[in-house]
Structures are given as structure tokens and as C-alpha cells.
Ligand binder design. Structure first.
Ligand SMILES: Nc1ncnc2c1ncn2[C@@H]1O[C@H](COP(=O)(O)OP(=O)(O)OP(=O)(O)O)[C@@H](O)[C@H]1O
Ligand SMILES: O=C(O)c1ccc[n+]([C@@H]2O[C@H](COP(=O)([O-])O)[C@@H](O)[C@H]2O)c1
Length: 208
């Protein structure tokens, strides 16, 4: 089973990293791919370029076996649509189970994603929720794919929707950028190696 965890990662933080490790273990993934987007389809272009966001990700996971970065969205022209990413992973791994992991905040906008129904042709979708989080309202299309049995995801290679509670860490990249811009210390919200990279490259001092 291969996991896909996409994001802007501007910068990567412990909210991403802890949940990535938890789902890797819970779903018994052979590999979990952290995929930074080049051009987010749904928000402003990040002021830190993709290579730097990837560089920070690599520092963050350097000592986490089975978790790796994947630069395919950085190498692709145009908007970084997740459906294209899953299609290319499926072409490389025709028989493997694929799981796309998204946070419940990103899931809220899923039905506005490019060719969103086709995400399920290529992968399962697992929504990472807070423990005791209420189940969001689901459309008929999503209800039909919903399963409460994690084992089902191992019986098929794509097509299921599952909700997985993970440790709630109220950390966001936006809050980290704001702290740095205000001259405050972001330590303990993200790895020290990533903080050192941010300082070395003078990131987030003046922008959004
Ligand atoms: N603290 C967190 N706990 C669990 N999942 C998270 C957390 N932060 C982000 N995610 C999930 O990680 C993925 C990538 O998120 P992203 O890179 O946009 O981080 P972010 O902190 O939400 O960034 P920003 O504040 O810039 O919007 C999304 O699916 C998002 O839901
Ligand atoms: O494919 C799309 O249309 C699409 C629309 C919105 C978000 N996404 C992806 O969802 C992931 C999380 O997005 P974000 O904004 O939380 O970084 C990231 O990999 C985005 O590329 C993808």
C-alpha cells in the first residue's frame, strides 16, 4: 500500500509530520509520499518556491524510514491537480493499493477539486480528523464510497472513503509564518532543522 500526502508545506510542521507517521503505521504503508504542490489550484501562489519547500520537507523526514518526498508536482507545468498526480502514480504502480490522505479542512472543499470524482478511480481517500470529530455531511457520491472498516482498503486498490482520527495538533503553516514575521520564535512547532533552513534563507520575514 502506497500513501500520498499532498500539501503546500509552506513550511512543513509537526501537524503534517505527526499525522504522516501515524497514518503510515495505522495503514501499514510500505511508503508514504509527501508531495509538495508547485502551483496550488485553490489558493495564492506561495512566495517560497517549490524547491525550497521541498528542501524543508527533506530535512524534516531525513530520519523517518518509509516516508519520502516526491517531486512530480514540481516538475509538472500548470496547476498541481491531485487527480493528475494520482493518475501518474497509478500508471507507475498498476496493482498497488493507493491512499490519498487529506485533512478534514481540505476535505471540506473536495467537491471543488479538478475532476474530483476521478480521484476515487485511482486511490482510496482517507480523511484525517480530530478524535471525536463530527462526521461532515456527505453527498450521495461520497456516501456510496464510505466504509467504516479499515480492512476494506486492503481488499481493493482504490475507490473507498474512510475517516481516520489522528492526534489533534493545532499547528498551521499560516500561524508559523505569522510568528516569524512578528519576530517570534517558532521552535517546537516544526523541526529545528527546518527552522535553521528558514533562518539561513531569511524566509517569511516580510510576506504573507
Ligand atoms: N495540524 C494539522 N493536523 C492534521 N493535518 C494537517 C495539519 N495541518 C495541515 N494538515 C493537512 O496537511 C495537508 C497539507 O496542508 P498545508 O500544507 O496546506 O498546511 P497548512 O498548515 O494547512 O498550511 P496553511 O496554513 O498555509 O494553509 C492538508 O491535507 C491539511 O489538511
Ligand atoms: O486537485 C485539485 O483541484 C486540488 C484542489 C485543492 C487542493 N488540492 C490538494 O490538496 C492538498 C492539500 O491542499 P492544501 O491547500 O491544504 O495545501 C494539496 O496536495 C493540494 O494540491 C488539490
Amino acid at each position: 500500500m502506497i500513501g500520498v500526502y499532498g500539501g503546500t508545506f509552506n513550511p512543513v510542521h509537526y501537524g503534517h509530520l505527526r499525522t504522516a507517521l501515524e497514518v503510515k503505521e495505522l495503514f501499514d504503508l510500505q511508503q508514504l509520499r509527501l508531495i509538495p504542490c508547485r502551483l496550488p489550484p485553490h489558493r495564492q501562489q506561495p512566495d517560497v518556491d517549490g524547491e525550497m519547500r521541498l528542501g524543508m520537507l527533506e530535512l524534516a523526514i531525513a530520519e523517518t524510514p518509509g516516508v519520502q518526498t516526491d517531486r512530480r508536482e514540481l516538475d509538472r507545468q500548470g496547476a498541481s491537480y491531485m487527480v493528475d498526480t494520482l493518475q501518474s502514480l497509478r500508471a507507475e504502480n498498476p496493482d498497488a493499493g493507493l491512499i490519498l490522505f487529506i485533512g478534514v479542512d481540505a476535505f471540506a472543499g473536495l467537491e471543488s477539486w479538478h475532476r474530483w470524482r476521478h480521484l476515487f478511480d485511482y486511490a482510496h481517500v482517507v480523511v484525517m480528523t480530530r478524535p471525536a470529530c463530527e462526521m461532515p455531511e456527505l453527498s450521495e457520491f461520497l456516501r456510496q464510497r464510505l466504509t467504516e472498516d479499515r480492512g476494506r482498503l486492503h481488499q481493493r486498490t482504490a475507490g473507498c472513503l474512510f475517516f481516520q482520527a489522528v492526534t489533534a495538533l493545532d499547528i498551521s503553516a499560516t500561524a508559523i509564518r505569522e510568528l516569524i514575521k512578528a519576530g517570534r520564535n517558532p521552535q517546537f512547532l516544526l523541526p529545528d532543522a527546518v527552522i535553521a533552513y528558514i533562518r539561513r534563507h531569511h524566509l517569511y520575514l516580510s510576506s504573507n
